[in-house]
Design a protein around this ligand. Sequence first.
Ligand code: NDP
Length: 248
Amino acid sequence: MIDLSGKVALVTGGSRGIGLAISEALAGCGAAVAINYKENDEAAGQAAGKLEGMGARCALARGDVSDAEDVQRVVDEALEAFGKIDILVNNAGFNRDALILRMSLDDWDEVIDTNLKSAFLCAKAVLRTMMRQHWGRIINIGSVSGLAGNAGQANYAAAKAGLIGFTKAVAREMGSRSITANLVAPGLVITELTKDIPRRLVEEALQRIVLGRLGKPEDVGAAVAFLASDEASYITGQVLVVDGGLGM
Ligand code: NDP
């Protein structure tokens, strides 16, 4: 069984959807969890209640991960609450889909900033503390869109593909400090982010999913908990695809 007792995790976008399942998975393995979120205080309060109900230590840190000052404050708050950060999960993300010819520069910039720049800002803010303790886990949440591309998601696919290169660069820079960096690429998981995908497209995806069902947030949470563990200490710079065989 994965044992993360004594470890502290910061999960960006950890209050809802996949991020909440990641927070629950890490807490279930014994980690204290600092949950970052952008603005939905109610969802964040409920997430904290769930973790505390599991007997986990939990702190909330509101802030926009695409903003450097907010990120520093979020990391400072997590450090204040728990004294260290061992595990960073860069999960916060959103999409603003449009075909390239109709995609505005703002749509491009906001999606790149929230999904990609954020990972750089958060990693930069936590790496010193991980280097001091000679132990760390950086786990970035990508997407199958970043592997195969997706019509209507040029911004999102570019951001998620960029995260793969970023993950490998972090792995190379930090390997000598026993800090690993990996990326988990989920397939289709129904959350707020994906709830408006037309039923026809969901059915089409289902036809291609080898395991015959959509992904659950917990599927991603379990993969993240494994990569955060000591059992995964010899795995770095990798992409772990959690898509039921969709993109195989
Ligand atoms: P949700 O929309 O359900 O949840 C998003 C979470 O991120 C919320 O906690 C939200 O906080 C937070 N968030 C959004 N923007 C910011 C920001 N700028 N700063 C801080 N927090 C922010 O998304 P999902 O759970 O579906 O997605 C989670 C991750 O998984 C994303 O990176 C997504 O790209 C990826 N993914 C999702 C897939 C899916 O099928 N759902 C498939 C592949 C990848 P608040 O509630 O306060 O707004």
